[in-house]
Design a protein around this ligand. Structure first.
Ligand code: B3K
Ligand code: ZN
Length: 881
């Protein structure tokens, strides 16, 4: 592990390299403890570079065995080598030369899971962002595009399968049971997209004929015996390939496309050219082992990585500050794909919930950074919800402002102009300015300025004049190292809903800021007047969540309830009810703090029932409406001085009140939603299960709840229902015999399937209440748990720290002690995972004083530990700053 050098990287320091590497030939002799890598690089001096400046290559923990230039060993005086750098002090004066580097690496000891490592006996790689330098010395930066030829040698028994990027070439046998395979990738690519896999895996094959009639061989490689579980992923891949042709005009470009599932992986998946490597959690699924959410995630991640072939691979990033160029855009593309495959309204609501749960706290806390950051200490810490999810929202806003057709023309121009290049956000914004003729410079602040803008709105109606006026004000709160903010261009989609539930056909009086149902805020304060509004409308604002802002609108509960039933925009309709719930929950929190029993408006309780039973709405939508804001969402709304126990108690009280008021209705609906016929993971069937399981969640708090949940669990015929039954039992009836029995039955059934055991860990780690700390501690000794496997750590400790407000923030600090111990233990092996885990404390300043002090102590304890990685130190120091 590299310890922290304290170096800060700055966008303004970007400088093109003096040398280029147009071609790279790699040869691997794979062996567990001692793998030999020979890299033969064509090095070219960049045009315009004078003389022969030193060539300084990046390394990370490498052992150099040999270095030659143009076939001759290099004299020791001509270079300097450390594990982390190879400097050729006086390279040849020729414009072009061949550099050969032989390194030795030890994949079996690689626990950071970056570079070349072994997972379950399979050799695999992860190079983004800076893992390639753990394989060989290189100009390991994304603007160095090279054509790769890769030769892999391994023992045939150990690794019958030898894969790399591009198209397969020659293969054959060697002496002593060894064999080899050659791969060639004709598309120049940055080193972070290099990949190699070698091992003994099962294959699922299929093919796809592209729009222009080329046949592409598709392969998904999984552990032997699990081939059947890759069928859904294969189907999702083929759907992604045709969707990208239809919607973005993008065709696949190689003869093969391979996906490999491995069990030790730091994130979801990786888009290496022609050879995607996946966390097996996002490939393997059937109804017995995967929930509907798992199926949806697989579909989205398969699509995401596939879409990177154009947005990320064919056009890559000039430097890591531009990460959102590929990530935000590709998230936008995968969101659109899922919206088309499933339900657009449901997908949009789910996206916004995720954005609020993950990106808003980041943007509103000590780790806030712009979508395109200007500085970093450790780039791995910038694979964030801001870069990904807010990055996607920014692309969505461009489409909102330009309209779908002009947006598509802009995308076409982007692909045409920058194919084969390493581009920047400026390049991206420019294509849209060109095709639309608009000035997007103020809009581009969304990339450059951190923080969630706040928009406040009030409306007034003048009945006699038939006028309605909106007064709107924007402000952007200060964020770390950005105290003064500029005003943003915020596209606010809206509608004025009349008493009949239909949108009023208004005209704007001044005609300055409204265009196609969108108010364009550019100034601090706008007064927008509408005529032709004879009856007082209910205002529906930020329709479709057109801008990622927080919105405070003066509106009566009556108007909100009206919109919750009648708004023609499905998102805003959901939002209206969700806002009512949020307001109710913050009031309930205050009652709890004051020692009073919260009281709930009967109208609200009944509105929940009306929405649940509204057959004109899809079941998945109804489930989202009934799903209360989470405890962290409520805490964020309250802002400061949070007592998580009071938040929890208030929320539980509302659940009980809704369940009590709708007992018969919910019971009946629950019964009607019982599935018949074979399982299908499609959106409609999944939606019915979601609604039924949401109703179970409510009903489980009633006296008959334990019996109902136990029956639900016992009769479940798929993992979605089984996990929902177990969750209801564990979260609501922790100590009942039914729960103990169900937990044991689940464990007995899935003991040998660690991915399913992750759900068993998650359900227990998220159990509200003070005992969770001890439960998690005990589960860390469970035979299925392993501190070295990122999925296990995330399921058990990650869930506890980020999805269990009452357990993690236990007032005596026991949750934080477990957290410190685990973070430091994980840190020794895998800094990326420990740093990610440590972000769980990013909102510590919003806690009440006693917990706040304990959280701070925990962070200080981590900070004072010896030899911290750059990853963890960066997170902890920024969190404390
Ligand atoms: N590009 C990878 C993420 C790499 C993370 C490196 N720390 C997966 C993705 O976003 O598609
Ligand atoms: Zn991505």
């Amino acid at each position: 592990m590299r310890t922290d050098t304290g170096q800060v990287f700055r966008l303004e320091d970007y400088r093109p390299s003096d040398y280029l590497i147009p071609s790279t030939a790699l040869s691997f002799k794979l062996s567990r403890e001692k793998t030999i890598v020979v890299a033969e690089l064509t090095i070219e001096r960049r045009d315009g570079v004078a003389g022969n400046p030193p060539l300084v290559l990046d390394g990370d923990g490498l052992t150099l065995r040999r270095v030659e230039i143009d076939g001759k060993p290099l004299d020791a005086s001509a270079y300097r080598a450390t594990p982390d750098e190879l400097a050729i002090t006086a390279p040849p004066k020729a414009d072009r030369f061949r550099l050969l580097i032989e390194t030795e690496i030890d994949p079996s000891r690689n626990q950071a899971l970056m570079g070349l490592y072994r997972s379950n006996g399979v050799y695999c790689t992860q190079c983004e962002a800076e893992g390639f330098r753990r394989i060989t010395y290189f100009l390991d930066r994304p603007d160095i595009l090279s054509v790769y030829t890769v030769r892999i040698e391994a023992q045939r028994d150990e690794a019958p399968l030898l894969l790399s990027n591009g198209n397969p070439g020659e293969r054959g046998d060697l002496a002593d049971g060894w064999h080899y395979a050659v791969w060639h990738d004709p598309f120049p690519k940055p080193s972070y997209l290099f990949a190699l896999v070698a091992g003994d895996l099962g294959r699922v094959g299929d093919s796809f004929v592209t729009a222009s009639g080329r046949t592409v061989e598709l392969g998904i490689y999984v552990e032997h015996g699990k081939e059947r579980l890759a069928a859904y992923a294969m189907d999702a891949l083929k759907r992604s390939m045709s969707w990208d042709e239809e919607v973005f005009g993008r065709e696949y470009d190689l003869d093969v496309f391979n996906i490999v599932a491995v069990s030790d992986f730091n994130m979801g998946a990786m888009e290496n050219k022609g050879l995607n490597i996946f966390n097996d959690k996002y490939v393997l699924a059937d109804e017995e082992t995967a929930t509907d959410t798992d199926f949806a995630n697989i579909e989205a991640i398969i699509a995401h990585e596939y879409f990177h072939n154009w947005t990320g691979n064919r056009i890559t990033c000039r430097d890591w500050f531009q990460l959102c160029l590929k990530e935000g855009l590709t998230v936008f593309r995968d969101h659109e794909f899922s919206a088309d495959q499933r339900s657009r309204a449901v997908k949009r609501i789910a996206e916004v919930r995720t954005l609020r749960a993950h990106q808003f706290p980041e943007d509103q806390g000590p780790l806030a950074h712009p979508v395109r950051p200007r500085r970093y200490r450790e780039i791995n810490n910038f694979y964030t919800a801001t870069v990904y999810e807010k990055g996607s929202e920014v692309v969505r806003m461009i489409r909102t402002i330009l309209g779908a057709d002009t947006f598509r023309r802009g995308m076409d121009l982007y692909f045409e102009r920058h194919d084969g290049e390493a581009a920047t956000i400026e390049d991206f914004v420019k294509v849209f300015e060109e095709v639309s003729g608009r000035d997007l410079s103020q809009f581009a602040l969304w990339y450059h300025q951190a923080g969630t803008p706040n928009v406040t709105v009030s409306g007034s109606h003048n009945a006699s004049a038939g006028e309605f006026t909106l007064e709107i004000e924007q402000s952007v709160p200060p964020t770390p190292s950005e105290s003064r903010k500029r005003l943003m261009h915020i596209p606010l989609a809206f509608g004025l809903v009349g008493p009949d539930g239909k949108d009023i056909d208004y005209s704007e009086v001044d005609g300055a800021s409204v265009e196609d149902g969108v108010i364009h805020l550019r100034k601090r304060r706008h007064v927008v007047r509408f005529s032709g509004v004879t009856e007082r409308p209910a205002v529906s604002l930020n329709r479709g969540f057109s801008a990622p802002i927080t919105l405070a609108i003066e509106q009566s509960a009556g108007d909100r309830a009206f919109l919750a039933r009648h708004d023609s925009d499905a998102f805003s309709r959901w939002q209206a009810f969700n806002t009512l719930l949020t307001e109710t929950l913050t009031a309930a929190f205050r009652s709890m703090l004051g020692g009073r029993k919260p009281e709930f408006a009967t109208d609200l309780l009944h509105l929940a029932g009306t929405i649940a039973a509204d057959e004109t709405l899809e079941p998945a939508y109804r489930a989202l409406a009934l799903s209360l804001p989470g405890e962290a969402d409520i805490a964020r709304e309250i802002g400061t001085n949070i007592d998580p126990d009071a938040v929890h108690a208030g929320r539980e009280a509302l659940i009980a009140a809704i369940a009590g008021a709708n007992r018969e209705l919910f019971t009946e609906l629950y019964g009607n939603l019982q599935a018949s016929g074979p399982f299908s993971p499609d959106a409609a069937n999944a939606g019915r299960r979601t609604l039924r399981n949401m109703l179970l969640d409510y009903l489980s708090v009633l006296p008959e709840g334990v019996t109902l949940a136990a029956g639900h669990f016992a009769t479940a015929t798929n993992m979605t229902d089984r996990a929902a039954g177990l969750t209801a039992l564990v979260h609501r009836h922790r100590t009942s015999p039914e729960t103990v029995e169900a937990l044991a039955a689940f464990e007995a059934r899935y003991r040998s399937d660690v991915l399913v055991m992750d759900k068993w860990f998650q359900i227990q780690a998220s159990t509200p209440g003070p005992d969770a700390v001890e439960v998690v501690r005990a589960l860390m000794d469970h035979p299925s748990f392993s501190i070295g496997n990122p999925n296990r750590v995330r399921s058990l400790v990650g869930t506890f720290a980020s999805a269990n407000q009452t357990g993690f923030h236990r007032a005596d600090g026991a949750g934080y002690r477990l957290f410190v111990e685990t973070v430091l233990q994980v840190e020794k092996r895998n800094p990326q995972v420990s740093a990610r885990l440590a972000t769980a404390l990013r909102s510590w300043r919003s806690l009440e004083p006693v917990r706040q002090a304990k959280a701070r102590e925990a962070l200080l304890e981590i900070r004072s530990a010896h030899g911290l990685s750059a990853d963890l130190r960066d997170i902890v120091e920024r969190t404390l700053a």
